[in-house]
Design a protein. Structure first.
Length: 563
């Protein structure tokens, strides 16, 4: 018994349709008559397809984008179609169309392959490339495209770009967890969405950044009014956020520069205390280019070992005995000359170059003290400055311990100087690392006390040995009103009771020295008793030549010295 072909085809899950050409007297095809459809095809087509119907009667029903009839005519001529898709609204399914001409039977066979899952995946993938998954906002990749649309739609109108950055999001993630950080990002997006309209578009730029694009403006003032309302809303919602603004065409007519200029303005907002919006100004570009030049040169200086160290002596205020030296990095560029550490150190921290530079500083200081111990029986302290970024590196303690063992230096003679910037980040982690340094036998000193975030409460929390009183306190310590003297005296008294040693920085005249002596300060460091000195002068001094000391009153100078 022959199998029933109709039953077999009906059992196929793919929709199948067969048709034969309807020809005119000149043998050209005028239509196709449907001779068979399986159950799945009827289901897909919504049961409207009947055997013996003409394709022309139902062609428009299938797709407005192409004609099955015209496609079938081409197939009979040997043409092969690829990647033709068809959507069935009745079954909510996407199909890939496969059409074959059976020449022996003079018959067209149409079959459909379900590609819905593949198409949805493709759409999800495409969406993920253009949409932020957390907030549902268009992402960074869509900003340039949207700017092009704005330029085309409003060629004569100004538009403003506002780059926004949530303040201290990393601290929230570190202390409260990523879930709380994500909640703040969503909350920020929702505040921005209150302002969204045809001429106010929002983008998630990544991380803690958003971008708002304000188009169809009459002038800069209109943008400023919108931005003021936006900033006030964030303040009312108690969301701390910083922003940078650039305006087309006033600041630039180049869209890439527009984004970069807004970023520059954002950097200034961050540097100026955060939680504020800053408008781009021309000087920012000049500063940026200067920093870029310095960063490029600094990168070369790292590889070429173009840095060098000088060493400033520290003395016991009561006995005058040398306590030790603070190692200070210096940089002399062949073209730019001497570049102050106050300029290149912050730049190195921003760029990440502080990590290799910091390793060089520690390595050079340990090599120097080891050499001094062997040649001059030096038994003083070497103070080494460590950046908060450097201290935060997971490998810092391990690398430092390895270098100390490599040089065979007594850790009791090493002092790590930190700045108040360590308090910005995770306090518990900072305390653990500083305690690890003390457990290794090193001394820990807090530099520039009183210029930033410090309080006596912090001093009780941090495992310190020494407190350095900033030069800004010492400068006016002898003024007639006595305010700075009283403050300095109180600091020294309280810190001493806490068991910490005190070092006064920037001592430049005998009157300051006398007052600090009365206040029972322990150590002094300043031009009065010793400027930062090159290695050769230090070694001459350690060999016994006291005249080698370079002070504010000495006639001895060095071409290598940078005050």
């Amino acid at each position: 018994m022959k199998p029933n072909l109709s039953l077999i085809i009906d059992s196929i899950t793919a929709p199948v349709l067969a048709g034969i050409p309807v020809r005119s007297e000149d043998n050209s095809i005028t239509d196709f008559r449907i001779i068979f459809t399986n159950k799945q095809f009827k289901k897909t087509a919504g049961e409207i397809i009947k055997d013996d119907m003409l394709w022309s009667e139902v062609d428009d029903y299938f797709s407005k984008e192409f004609s099955f009839f015209k496609m079938a005519v081409q197939v009979t001529k040997g043409f092969v179609f690829k990647d033709i898709t068809y959507y069935s609204k009745h079954s909510d399914t996407w199909y890939k169309v496969d059409m074959v001409y059976q020449e022996a039977e003079d018959m067209i066979v149409l079959s459909l392959k379900d590609i819905t899952s593949e198409r949805k995946y493709s759409q999800q993938l495409e969406s993920s490339l253009t949409t932020d998954s957390l907030t549902g906002l268009p992402n960074k990749s869509m900003l340039a495209t949207h700017i092009d649309k704005v330029l085309k739609k409003y060629p004569e109108k100004p538009f403003a770009l506002l780059v926004l950055d949530i303040d201290n999001l990393k601290n929230i993630n570190d202390s409260l967890g990523d879930k709380e950080g994500d909640a703040l990002i969503i909350r920020t997006a929702n505040i921005l969405l209150r302002f969204q309209n045809e001429d106010f578009s929002i983008f998630r730029y990544g991380g803690d950044e958003f971008v708002a694009l304000m188009s169809n403006l009459e002038n800069e003032d209109e943008a400023a009014e919108i931005i003021d309302r936006l900033f006030n809303t964030f303040q009312q919602e108690k969301v701390r956020i910083s922003g940078g603004v650039s305006v087309f065409p006033y600041h630039t007519q180049n869209k890439d520069e527009l984004i970069r200029f807004a970023d520059m303005a954002l950097c200034y907002a961050k540097k100026n205390g955060k939680n504020n919006f800053v408008y781009f100004e021309d000087y920012m570009q000049k500063v940026f280019l200067r920093h870029l030049t310095l960063e490029t040169k600094m990168t070369s200086a790292v590889f070429d070992s173009a840095f060098y160290q000088v060493y400033q002596p520290q003395f016991d205020i009561h006995t005058g005995k040398l306590r030790g030296f603070e190692a200070l990095i210096r940089w002399r560029d062949p073209e730019l000359g001497n570049i102050s550490p106050s300029i290149f150190i912050p730049l190195a921290e921003e760029s990440g170059l502080i990590i290799p530079i910091g390793r060089w500083i520690i390595n050079t200081a340990l090599s120097t003290i080891k050499n001094w111990q062997e040649k001059y029986n030096f038994n003083g302290i070497m103070s080494i400055n460590v950046s908060p970024i450097q201290l935060n590196q997971d490998s810092f303690i391990f690398e430092l311990d390895a270098l100390i063992n490599q040089y065979g230096v007594n850790p009791n003679l090493l002092e790590i100087e930190i700045t108040e910037g360590v308090m910005i980040n995770n306090m518990n982690e900072t305390i653990d690392k500083l305690q690890a340094l003390k457990d290794m036998g090193l001394r820990v000193s807090l530099d520039d006390f009183g210029t930033g975030y410090s309080s006596l409460n912090y001093l009780q929390m941090l495992p310190l040995n020494t407190l350095k009183i900033d030069k800004s306190f010492i400068n006016n310590i002898t003024s007639d009103d006595g305010v700075q003297a009283n403050i300095t005296s109180s600091i020294i008294s309280m810190v001493t009771k806490m068991g910490l040693e005190t070092i006064a920085e920037g001592v430049e005249n005998p009157e300051q020295l006398d007052l600090l002596n009365k206040f029972n300060c322990n150590i002094v460091q300043g031009f009065l008793q010793g400027k930062p000195m090159p290695l050769s002068s230090c070694e001459e001094y350690l060999s016994g030549n006291k005249d080698a000391l370079i002070t504010i009153t000495s006639s001895r100078e060095s071409q290598h010295l940078q005050d």
